[in-house]
Write a protein of this length. Structure first.
Length: 292
């Protein structure tokens, strides 16, 4: 699982480095990720944020246009940008629609035998990437991790975070999301993807792959969650995101505005123009917990 360095660009006094390796979680396919290391990583290990991207993205979209690197450099926090799915599995149907399959792995470990060898983005993000980065001797302190993401990646961030609390692993200190798919078992994107990846379909997804179900189950355990969505987001308007369902579930089990903050941003859409507007807020939010 040796890392191959593909490129390195200096940015905000730190470095954005692209790596490639053969991923066993993804069925021995090559995968790539970007790592932003702030300047202070040359002196001591730094905390890390995982950023999970949305549908159709690669490891590059957010690194190039999320406007996250400046605030991360200022806070002295690294960011890992994984890809959004395995690539090159050659499974029939995996490239038919942009909302499922290649570029749309939904951060699950597939249980449907058709996808189970390759579509294991949950293991890839939570276990494999920390392991390969650590084994490569890169200066990351994995006892200080947080997670954020956009759209499908917002679903990934919320479910990975809430699951790590549900199971007692507490891998991440905080979670934030831009326009997350917040209740996938009740929206067309989620029903299609979870229905195909999981042999038990949407019913199987309830336990660990639906943020709204998870927050209801957790009720009471301390959480640190920030969510932004835009009122002019067409996917919000067509009912793919359902942040109100997540918010209602959180309030119903007693979470207040400090623990679960959901902000409706007037006039913003689903794009990186929206995310880059609020990116610094998210980085500073996480830094509070990562540097505590
Ligand atoms: N291809 C889709 C849009 C896909 C899309 O908006 N993807 C979001 C994540 S859900 C994204 O970040 N796209 C890449 C980008 O904007 O750089 C469409 O035809 O409507």
């Amino acid at each position: 699982m040796a890392l191959e360095k593909l490129s390195s660009n200096k940015s905000f006094e730190g470095d954005l480095i692209k790596y490639k390796f053969k991923s066993s979680a993804l069925g021995d396919l090559d995968t790539q990720f970007n790592l932003f290391l702030p300047a202070n990583a040359s002196k001591s290990k730094v905390p890390v944020l995982f950023y999970l991207s949305g549908l159709t993205c690669t490891e590059d979209n957010a690194a190039q246009k999320g406007s996250f690197l400046g605030p991360a450099a200022q806070e002295g926090v690294a960011i890992v940008f994984p890809d959004t799915s395995p690539r090159g599995a050659g499974i029939e149907g995996e490239t038919d629609v942009w909302t499922f399959g290649v570029g749309a792995g939904f951060y699950v470990d597939a249980t449907n035998p058709k996808y189970a060898k390759h579509y294991n983005m949950l293991t890839h993000v939570t276990l494999e990437l920390p392991k390969v980065i650590q084994e490569a001797g890169l200066p990351i302190d994995f006892s200080r991790q947080s997670i954020f993401g956009h759209s499908m990646g917002g679903h990934g961030a919320l479910t990975l975070y809430l699951n790590s609390l549900r199971t007692g692993k507490k891998q991440y200190r905080s979670c934030s999301a831009f326009a997350p798919v917040s209740n996938p078992i009740n929206c067309p994107w989620g029903q299609k993807a979870l229905g195909e990846f999981l042999k038990g379909g949407v019913e199987e997804a309830k336990e660990q792959y639906d943020a709204t179900e998870l927050i209801s189950q957790l009720g009471g355990k301390p959480v640190h969650i920030l969510i932004d969505y835009g009122t002019s987001d067409k996917f919000y308007q067509e009912g793919q995101l359902l942040p109100e369902n997540f918010l209602k579930a959180a309030r119903d089990v007693g979470y207040d505005e400090v623990q679960v903050r959901v902000r409706s941003q007037d006039g913003y859409d689903h794009s990186y123009y929206f995310m880059s507007t609020f990116g610094a807020d998210h980085i500073h939010f996480h830094a509070n917990f990562l540097k505590a």
